[in-house]
Ligand binder design. Structure first.
Ligand SMILES: [Zn+2]
Length: 125
């Protein structure tokens, strides 16, 4: 039985996305850097060139991470008016963590969703 004949059960894009694993086998690593994708899965050999989430992860992080943390920062300044060093040790890390931490699992989730739903660029045949 060759690799292409192997039947892979469908995996949840959320589960494989949160764990940053291959959307087909759920075991191979998806990234070789912070956001750089591997060319193929180490376990099942799935070619990751189909994956193109573009600005999707950045959009979701901006809407659900960056803007709420900036709203918190403005509220914190208006309500308490702390010294600038408080912003440096509290507000700035909150903004950085809320923007960087979700990027990787969001990108993995979008790639897994693309794989699951066979998404790709539209074409005229
Ligand atoms: Zn795999």
């Amino acid at each position: 039985m060759s690799e292409s004949d192997t039947v892979w059960p469908p995996l949840s894009p959320i589960a494989t996305g949160l764990s940053c694993k291959c959307p087909r086998c759920g075991r191979g690593k998806l990234f070789k850097g912070f956001l750089t994708m591997r060319e193929r899965c180490d376990v099942c050999g799935l070619d990751f060139t189909f994956a193109d989430p573009a600005d999707g992860p950045a959009f979701f992080v901006l809407i659900f991470g960056c803007i709420p943390s900036l709203i918190f920062a403005f509220w914190f300044e208006m309500a308490i008016a702390p010294p600038i060093w408080v912003h440096a040790i509290l507000t700035l890390p909150v903004i950085i963590v809320s923007c960087l931490l979700p990027l990787r699992p969001l990108k993995a989730w979008l790639v897994a969703s693309q794989f699951r739903h066979h998404a790709g660029e539209g074409s005229l045949r």
